[in-house]
Design a protein around this ligand. Structure first.
Ligand code: ADP
Length: 237
């Protein structure tokens, strides 16, 4: 039987190949996108002009799909360090704030500044939190709200970050499938956000919990252990 080291090496090689392929695919897609935009200008007033935004939207979808695929297929180890969850959340909120403003959503943040720093990969965690907030955006209609709260359960030794939205909520079938790769209920979704996020949180020794009521909203809670002695985490396939 194949031993674990050989298997890990094979997976690493596969991951490297996948990452290489993703780059090779992305470059021509970018070129096609640029030329389509040029063509759009040339076709102004032409009845066929309407095809261009459709093509650009499809191209955009393909680009997002391969970018999200790259996030979990890429090889290599993450760089964990002792980080402040509060600072990570502040950075993430700053990143998504302009989109929230333009879509008339309100983000309320309640951060417990006494939370101890924990060993995490801040880049990967930011990716998880952005995924969760973007999903909340997609579930909201104008005037919708998102509450982000961090708490520290000192007794049980974990940090809890919850994202509550007042969106459409999640039905039973979606709840059962939302962590599966490529499962999406959106026309232009990739179905990789929750799958990748769960992988990252699993690798940190934590877990993600979902509570939802259709028509009322959803709370996504990320729980991370305070004491984490892992040397590295891996996001590979
Ligand atoms: P995508 O966003 O590309 O569809 P995800 O893996 O991020 O992929 O999410 C999977 C599905 O989970 C979404 O299509 C959506 O149906 C559901 N979902 C996730 N978060 C929420 C939320 N906050 N409110 C409602 N549905 C959600």
């Amino acid at each position: 039987m194949e031993n674990a080291v050989v298997k890990a090496e094979k997976l690493a090689i596969l991951g490297q190949m996948a990452a290489g392929m993703v780059h090779e695919i992305r470059n021509p897609l970018t070129a096609v996108g640029c030329f389509l935009q040029l063509l759009h200008k040339c076709l102004k007033g032409n009845p066929k002009e309407e095809y261009i935004p459709i093509m650009l939207a499809e191209l955009n979808h393909a680009n997002r799909l391969i970018s999200e695929f790259l996030q979990f297929a890429k090889p290599g180890y993450s760089r964990p360090g002792r980080c402040s969850i509060v600072e990570i959340i502040k950075d993430v909120v700053l990143l998504v704030e302009s989109e929230a403003l333009s879509r008339q959503f309100n983000i309320e943040v309640d951060l417990d500044v006494n939370i101890p720093k924990i060993i995490v990969d801040s880049g990967q965690l930011k990716q998880v939190f952005i995924n969760i907030i973007k999903n909340a955006f997609d579930a909201l209609s104008e005037g919708g709200k998102i509450f982000v709260q961090t708490t520290w359960n000192e007794l049980e030794g974990f940090v809890q970050i919850s994202f509550r939205d007042t969106g459409v909520g999640i039905d039973k079938e979606t709840l059962e499938n939302m962590f599966n790769p490529f499962f999406t209920t959106k026309e232009s979704g990739t179905g990789l956000g929750m799958f990748t996020s769960k992988k990252i949180i699993d690798n940190h020794g934590g877990r993600i919990e979902i509570q939802s009521e259709p028509g009322k909203g959803t709370t996504v809670t990320v729980l991370l252990p305070v004491e984490q002695q892992h040397a590295y985490t891996r996001t590979g396939i």
